[in-house]
Design a protein around this ligand. Structure first.
Ligand code: XMP
Length: 513
């Protein structure tokens, strides 16, 4: 396995993704947390130093901890990582007067194990640069293996120690050969085996769950989404009927979703499942609530109450299973709050484990979202579930601006179903991050047949995104949009006008509330 030391780059997680794609397990540690004990405990085959926003030429800038170079394993420094490595090993770095941002070209000057089978001396190759500073004097033992117009030390190597530095970012798509370079580092230089696959993960995770749980009983909240579904099936494989699933149905799901969850888990997988239909309770609590944050809080609090009541009814559970993912547990580098670190934690049923004296089982803690999907496929979950678009916890409640009623929910379910049906038929579902309809609190005049209508308007939304943090609207062709609008108005009584939302994020958000 490999260790990635994070200096706060926006794309550190991409380094981890590329290394794992090479079949090598890796974890990310913020630079502040590195010390001899941590490195010894993790026992990495190699270490990668990420980029970061700081400048090593400033006094207080984060430095690569000496423990990294004492570990006697190969090290690859990327961008800021190259600079801090060079400085710590006795070289020097200067603020560049010629900044390089975006596409650049490197010229390969010498062969190195890092480029083996990918780049030859004399090649000119496209890379992605994003730096102001640059290395100006090499530490002893290093030589230049590639240059760029503004970075005479665009890539440096000390083959004997297995130390490499690149000024460019091999982890991003705009460095087309970057993944191969990272693979060379992980497999050939660091000597990792490359046998980290989902099949292997499945075996290991099952063994770990068995060891943790013993003869205990586990409660798992099922939502119908990818993460909780994968957790449930994995746990069932590990501990059989010591697992009890609870599906809190808040009535804010899409058309037929509740029945699908019950059918799949109870009927197909034979997993003990309580279907708590609490839609009436939720509707009552939401009556007259229009403020988006108040909706979220109402739903969140009620969800916990219902879940707790069901768990108590079942009784005797020692563990609560959660679909926490790796991005939720990575400690993030914080420059604003000094050396302190922020730990993001995902609590779907926050506070419950402590309240009910349960321990957490989180078998997906090490995985990225697309790895969870791969694990779902490995476990034989249906493709349409594994590839399902993200769906917010508060469900359709935040897709109906204004107050929520049963009638509005039913109408939105119909509109949404028609829209998604057309997207699937057009073969576009997997190209889109998220697609959904919003029922607007607006009435407009229309004409149907010979009659006047005065009905609601709806908005359609579809975005592309890689992580939900930024998004672009999906460029449907006009014929497609016309077809969807036509079907919605003909099939969904109560809607007589359809609009398409072309806002990107930022400045918009994906959801309307
Ligand atoms: P926004 O609307 O913030 O959405 O651009 C980003 C992603 O988060 C989802 N989302 C939520 N998920 N509870 C959730 O579990 C929420 O309250 C919530 N609000 C937004 C949204 O669907 C998108 O995937």
């Amino acid at each position: 396995r490999l260790l990635i030391v994070d200096f706060g780059s926006q794309v550190t997680q991409l380094i981890a993704r590329r290394v794992r794609e090479a079949g090598v397990y890796c974890e990310i540690l913020p630079f502040q947390s590195v010390d001899d004990a941590k490195i010894k405990a993790f026992d990495p085959r190699g270490i990668i130093l990420s980029g970061g926003p700081a400048s090593v030429t400033e006094g207080q800038s984060p430095a690569a901890h000496p423990a990294i170079f004492k570990a006697d394993v190969p090290v690859l420094g990327i961008c800021y990582g190259e600079q801090t490595m060079a400085k710590e090993l006795g070289g020097s770095v200067e603020s560049g007067h010629h900044r390089e941002f975006g596409r650049a070209e490197v010229e390969i000057k010498a062969s190195t194990r890092l480029f083996e089978g990918v780049w030859q001396p004399g090649d000119r190759k496209q890379v992605w640069m994003s730096h102001g500073d640059r290395v100006t004097k090499l530490p002893a033992g290093f030589s230049v293996v590639a240059t760029s117009e503004n970075a005479p030390f665009a890539a440096i190597a000390d083959e004997s120690r297995g130390y490499y530095g690149v000024q460019f970012h091999p982890e991003v798509m705009h460095t087309p050969d970057g993944a191969k370079l990272l693979r060379n580092f992980a497999l050939n230089i660091a000597g990792a085996k490359g046998d980290w696959t989902m099949a292997a993960f499945r075996e290991r995770a099952i063994a770990q769950v068995r060891a943790q749980v013993g003869k205990g009983r586990v409660i798992c909240g099922l939502s119908g989404g990818v993460d909780s579904s994968v957790v449930a099936v994995l746990l069932h494989e590990a501990i059989g009927d010591q697992l009890q699933c609870v599906f809190v149905d808040h009535g804010l799901l899409r058309k037929d979703e509740g029945e699908q969850v019950v059918r799949l888990f109870r009927d197909h997988y034979n997993i003990p499942l309580v279907h708590a239909d609490a839609s009436e309770t939720f509707l009552k609590a939401l009556a007259g609530v229009s403020d988006p944050e108040k909706k979220r809080k109402t739903i969140g609090a009620l969800f916990i109450d219902v879940f707790e009541a069901e768990a108590k009814k079942i009784g005797g559970a020692n563990f609560l299973a959660q679909g926490t993912l790796y991005p939720d547990v990575i400690e993030s580098v914080s420059f604003t709050g000094g050396p302190s670190v922020t730990i993001k934690s995902h609590h779907n049923v926050g506070g419950l484990p402590a309240r009910m004296n349960m321990k957490l089982v989180e078998p997906l803690r090490e995985l990225f979202k697309d790895e969870v999907r791969a694990l779902g496929r490995e476990l034989g979950l249906p493709a349409d579930l594994v590839n399902r678009h993200p769906f917010p916890g508060p469900g359709l409640a935040i897709r109906i601006p204004g107050d929520i009623t049963k009638e509005k929910l039913d109408l939105l379910r119909e509109v949404d179903a028609v829209y998604l049906d057309e997207i699937r038929k057009a073969g576009l579902y997997d190209e889109i991050w998220q697609a959904f309809a919003v029922l607007l609190p607006v009435r407009t005049v229309g004409v149907m047949g010979d009659g006047r209508t005065y009905d609601q308007a709806c908005a359609l939304r579809a975005v592309t995104s890689t992580d939900g943090m930024t998004a672009d609207y999906y460029p449907f062709d006009h014929a497609f949009l016309g077809r969807v609008a036509n079907r919605i108005i003909n099939e969904c009584r109560g809607v007589n006008r359809v609009t398409y939302d072309i806002t990107s994020k930022p400045p918009g958000t994906i959801e309307w509330e």
